[in-house]
Design a protein around this ligand. Structure first.
Ligand SMILES: *Cc1c(COP(=O)(O)O)cnc(C)c1O
Length: 231
């Protein structure tokens, strides 16, 4: 199947998951994760009206941003180093992967310089996997308390990368815990913190994530096919 057919299949499944969860389909954004994939595959999706794309590397995001229509919303979903912040601020519509005060400070500094406000999510390593970035569930509220007062950024919600599992049901508890955490944080009423975005769910488990409250799902393989990192 081609990229457009794949996209339509996933879009339909997103809608069905919304119906099961009693949610509106407009409340879930399907982000097409185009990392490692060529510009031509992104262009195929544009006539369908697809405008949300996800990238995990700053250089790839900025290269694609330069060549493609300006109404595309580029989501920075990968680990971000402080020395690359200046390239991505102003190009990405949202940074999903903030996991330290120092990174947030750098984003704030760059946003002030460019006189913009950057929507960010705090990445939480819900399952406590050693290989993953993100703060722990326990650390998240205090990190958010520290960064919410920084000028030039708005904390919009939380993001997680769930473990790789065979059965997506195994990740339901992970998504449920991220949702619970966002409710707890919202109740603290920090300034500049809205907690209305939950970025969770990938190709293997986005339907379960939607059932548990995801507002943004990040699907790569299901739309663009397997990635080949060796070429
Ligand atoms: C690559 C990636 C995805 C997409 O993964 P698939 O399993 O291919 O859908 C989602 N989120 C992040 C942060 C990623 O790096």
């Amino acid at each position: 199947m081609g990229v457009c057919e794949n996209y339509k299949v996933i879009e339909k499944k997103v809608e069905q998951a919304c119906i099961r969860a009693g949610r509106k389909k407009e409340d879930v954004t399907l982000i097409a994760v185009s990392k490692t994939k060529p510009i031509s595959m992104i262009q195929e999706l544009l006539p369908l009206g697809v405008r949300d794309f996800g990238e995990n590397k700053v250089q790839e995001l900025t290269e694609k941003e330069e060549l493609l229509p300006k109404d595309i919303r580029w989501h920075m979903i990968g680990h971000l180093q402080r020395n690359k912040v200046k390239y991505v601020v102003g190009k990405a519509c949202m940074i999903h992967s903030v996991d330290s005060l120092r990174l947030a400070e750098e984003i704030s500094k760059e946003a002030l310089k460019k006189q913009i406000s950057v929507p960010i999510l705090v990445e939480v390593n819900v399952a406590g996997e050693e290989s993953k970035f993100g703060v722990s569930v326990q650390e998240a509220p205090s990190l958010i308390e520290q960064i919410c007062c920084l000028p030039g950024l708005q904390v919009k919600g939380l993001m997680t990368i769930a473990p790789y599992v065979e059965d997506p049901e195994e990740n339901r508890i992970v998504f449920r815990n991220l949702r619970k955490l966002s409710v707890d944080i919202r109740e603290k009423n920090f300034d500049n913190v809205t907690m209305d975005i939950l970025s969770m769910g990938m190709t293997g488990d986005y339907e379960v994530a939607i059932e548990e409250g995801a507002t943004h799902v990040r699907v790569g393989t299901g739309i663009f096919g397997e990635r080949n990192y060796n070429i």
